[in-house]
Design a protein around this ligand. Structure first.
Ligand code: ADP
Ligand code: BMX
Ligand code: MG
Ligand code: CA
Ligand code: ZN
Length: 343
């Protein structure tokens, strides 16, 4: 066996290997705490520098401000405790949330009915006080865009748009490598692009928004309506009476030949497709990334509607489905990882 100094002198590959192991170690251990507050779920995760979710905690997002803050802080302190035993050094906290967010202040300015009691909420101060860590906050769709840019299909893409389907529809715009926030932090609220003058009521108070046609909640509403009228169930559909009706039932029914369910999905995809054509004509991205639970359902129809209804110069824009497990959470983490490691 060579002793250490000799190894360094004669066996360069071994030395190089140990350096890359050190870098590996840093990339594995330096991590962020990520929080995502959505219309249905509250998630917290420990995320490594490489974008790996080391551990994730999910709870229903409480309806009341006090309960929500309390649960969020409890989940965070539990996660920081677990981080120690998982050998993760937490550098800071990144928060993704529905609503208009001022990222400079770390404040949620305003929310739709999707998250109640969630306007004029300072998130930075209480989280920083409890955890004694720096805190970054942005809108969930914007976070999803950051995640695509750092870890996903948006890597190296200068101009792209992302649309994320959950309870609602979130959006993020990367223009010349930067997020677009707008003059009052209301840019990229892509769920509220309107595609009809009448159209279904949206949780924002308006109507005809793509969120009111194509979100998880919109499909769930339609599924419930068909179910109540006894028109959802078809042969081969195994539905327990106790389980709550979701968008999944509607999709399943359509697959098994339920024409009405199929018509609802068609309308939803068309509304989303037309909404995305509008986005193409405003920001002219080179790529559209769909994420969230319904992304794969919408990818092909949206691509088709673009080919039919976009201006010639925007017809060939590609629509892809995200490969990221949790874009909003990963984007929240990326705000920490990018700032905390900046020299
Ligand atoms: P949020 O960020 O809004 O809290 P999530 O991204 O966690 O939401 O997604 C929750 C939404 O997805 C709910 O509207 C729920 O009904 C819907 N959903 C859950 N499971 C499925 C599924 N298997 N197929 C389609 N929709 C689903
Ligand atoms: C709503 C709106 C958006 C958000 C989107 C997706 C609020 C509280 N939310 O359109 O800001 O990006 O929902 O949210 O105003 P999710 O609940 O589907 O993740
Ligand atoms: Mg969400
Ligand atoms: Ca947004
Ligand atoms: Zn709306």
């Amino acid at each position: 066996d060579l002793d250490e100094p000799l190894q360094k002198t004669f066996c360069f590959p071994i030395v190089k290997d140990s350096i890359s192991q050190d870098i590996d170690h840093i990339l594995e251990t330096q991590s962020a705490l990520a929080i995502d507050l959505g219309g249905t779920n509250l998630r917290v995760a420990i995320v490594s520098m490489r974008g790996k979710i080391v551990k994730k905690y999910t709870q229903p997002n409480p309806k009341k401000y006090e309960d929500r803050m309390q649960l969020m802080l409890k989940m965070c302190t539990d996660a920081t405790r677990d981080a120690v035993s998982l050998n993760c050094r937490v550098l800071g906290v990144g928060v993704s949330t529905g609503g208009r967010v001022n990222p400079q202040e770390g404040v949620v300015l305003h929310s739709t009915k999707l998250i109640e009691e969630w306007s004029s909420v300072d998130l930075r101060t209480p989280i920083a006080d409890v955890l004694q860590l720096p805190v970054w906050v942005d809108n969930d769709g914007n976070c999803a865009a950051l995640a695509e840019k750092k870890f996903g299909h948006g890597k190296g893409v200068e101009n792209f748009v992302t649309v994320i389907t959950g309870t609602g529809i979130g959006g993020g715009i990367i223009h010349q490598n930067e997020l677009v926030h707008g003059s009052t932090f209301c840019a990229a609220e892509l769920g509220h692009i309107m595609v009809s003058l009448e159209g279904p009521q949206c949780s924002c108070g308006s109507r005809g928004c793509i969120e009111a046609y194509a979100s998880g909640m919109a499909l769930q509403k339609e599924a419930k309506r068909l179910h109540d009228e006894d028109r959802l169930n078809v042969d081969g559909m195994d539905m327990k009476l106790t389980e709550p009706i979701t968008a999944a039932h509607l999709i399943n029914a359509a697959k098994l030949g339920n024409c009405e369910a199929d018509a609802v999905l068609n309308k939803a995809s068309t509304a989303l497709g037309v909404g995305i054509v509008n986005m193409l004509h405003i920001v002219n991205p080179s790529l559209v990334i769909l994420s969230g639970i319904l992304a794969s359902l919408y990818q092909a129809p949206v691509q088709h509607i673009i080919s039919e209804r976009a201006l010639v110069s925007a017809k060939n824009i590609k629509v892809v489905t995200s490969e990221l497990e949790e874009p909003a959470l990963l984007g929240a983490a990326s705000m920490v990882l990018d700032y905390a490691t900046r020299r």
